[in-house]
Design a protein around this ligand. Structure first.
Ligand code: NAP
Length: 257
């Protein structure tokens, strides 16, 4: 009895980190800063934007939390496994309790003209990336009494469709379906899994879109801000959201309801 309670106490003493994929820019950056504001130590994943990632790290640390960079391509299974193995080796007393699968790319084109590599690249980053990272992180999350929380970045495109985005829509629709199934798999282990489906949000991904044509279509008459998405993600990762799982929450200014 004594040994058992001691063991539980030891388990819960581990520091709970958040891993945010694609944390160097845009929505991922805003999520990292939000989590830091919530006092959660952050692991900032990025692929190529070294300096931007470093700046996010500095900004998180300025809020008084631990922040670390972890460079890997979410679409490269071996790189994912190696990076997370290495992180776990250097953090024997910690675990990733919060995972935000945010990394994603677009390669828009009408389907009849879409190069095979553009189909594959979008599916690989957004959908396979979600699979590789989540599968790697899940076992430790499920072992802990306090469980964990996963938020997957979907899109309005995965719900309603968008011309020129069959690849992106397939990836985001897949994320939504996987979110629902995974939530059922791990609910009893105290792990929540939800998806967020943003509409048009200001970031590098949307900077070349024709805003003058798009804004009139949005009931709130503006693009959303990364900080607004981050606030929603922060809520879904908080203790207040422990009874929410398997949900897809839209944040789109009324674009699609
Ligand atoms: P963004 O400004 O283009 O930033 C993308 C981020 O993902 C960067 O930090 C980038 O890191 C990272 N990334 C890309 N490929 C990666 C890979 N293979 N491995 C690791 N990291 C990778 O995009 P965003 O607008 O912030 O979008 C973030 C997420 O929200 C995406 O999943 C996107 O589909 C979704 N979303 C965005 C909008 C929107 O309107 N912006 C709407 C709906 C959904 P590096 O720069 O270091 O490579």
């Amino acid at each position: 009895m004594f040994a058992c309670s001691n063991y539980n106490q030891f388990k819960e003493e581990k520091m709970k980190y958040a891993l945010v994929t694609g944390g160097s820019r845009g929505l991922g950056r805003a999520v990292c800063l939000k989590l830091a504001e919530m006092g959660i130590p952050v692991v900032i994943n990025y692929q190529s934007s070294e300096q931007a990632a470093q700046e996010v790290k500095t900004e998180c640390e300025a809020q008084g939390v631990q922040a670390e960079l972890l460079k890997f391509n979410v679409g490269d299974m071996e790189a994912v496994n190696a990076a997370i193995d290495q992180w776990e080796e250097t953090h024997p007393d910690d675990y990733i309790a919060y995972l935000v699968n945010n990394a994603g790319i677009t390669r828009d084109n009408m389907m009849f003209m879409m190069p095979t590599e553009d189909w594959a690249a979008v599916l690989n980053t957004s959908l396979n990336g979600f699979f590789y990272v989540t599968r790697k992180v899940l076992p430790k999350m499920m072992m802990r009494k306090h469980g964990g929380s996963i938020v997957n970045m979907a899109s309005v495109t995965g719900l309603k469709g968008m011309p020129g985005q069959t690849n992106y829509g397939a990836a985001k629709g897949g994320i939504i379906a996987a979110t629902k199934s995974l939530a059922l798999e791990v609910a009893a282990r105290n792990v929540t899994v939800n998806a967020v489906a943003p509409g048009f949000i200001e970031s590098d991904m949307t900077k070349d879109l024709d805003k003058d044509a798009l804004v009139p279509l949005i009931p709130t008459k503006r693009f959303g801000k990364p900080e607004e998405v981050a606030a929603l993600v922060g809520f879904l990762l908080s203790e207040n959201a422990r009874y929410i799982t398997g949900e897809v929450i839209s944040i789109n200014g009324g674009l699609y309801t």
